[in-house]
Design a protein around this ligand. Sequence first.
Ligand SMILES: O=C(O)c1ccccc1N[C@@H]1O[C@H](COP(=O)(O)O)[C@@H](O)[C@H]1O
Length: 213
Amino acid sequence: MPTAAIKICGISTPMALEAAIRARADHAGFVFFPKSPRHVSPAQAAELAERAKGRIARVGLFVDADDATLAEAVEAADLDVLQLHGKETPERAAQLRARFGRKVWKALPVASADDVERARAYAGAIDMLLFDAKTPTGALPGGMGLSFDWGLVAGWKGATAWGLAGGLTPDNVAEALAITQAPLVDTSSGVESAPGVKDEDRIAAFCAAVRRT
Ligand SMILES: O=C(O)c1ccccc1N[C@@H]1O[C@H](COP(=O)(O)O)[C@@H](O)[C@H]1O
């Protein structure tokens, strides 16, 4: 099995960005969702993105964002990927892909086999599916450190590339990969010392654990 690609999400400081690059992560995620403790403004993202250019891919995370919000972020941070983490439909995802000409990833909340089945509706509309844990009503739709039953997506086969998110840490990512064979893993709170505070050692440990598998 080839080594899984790695996304470190919720990067809001140069220190965290440099740690992700040093650890050879593939993608850095910037959260454009004001309710998140990891939220960055377009101006902050622009600075981070400039530092990231040519060293790590830039992913912008959005939750049911309107076109103006997306346009401002894409322009400021020259994003490579738009990660949609709300209730965006396949039609909305396809529309954004066409409008912005960037890759689009869609996060899907998973708690049951039916949730996984819903992924098939996005075939042709997006570039990657991200299976993430379903979070409680009223809570953030991600970034909560919650995982789901990885057996539900074990060896998932579909028309769309996919990745695994939700509660991944340096301690459990090897097991998650052994069960799911996910081609990409995404973590945020699992490499933090407190909500929104990235930990360099945990970022390094997470990437090393992925590479050991
Ligand atoms: O990180 C956030 O604050 C966030 C807010 C709103 C939606 C998604 C968010 N994060 C993403 O959620 C998954 C899982 O995160 P975790 O590893 O369980 O903390 C991941 O894709 C984050 O990028």
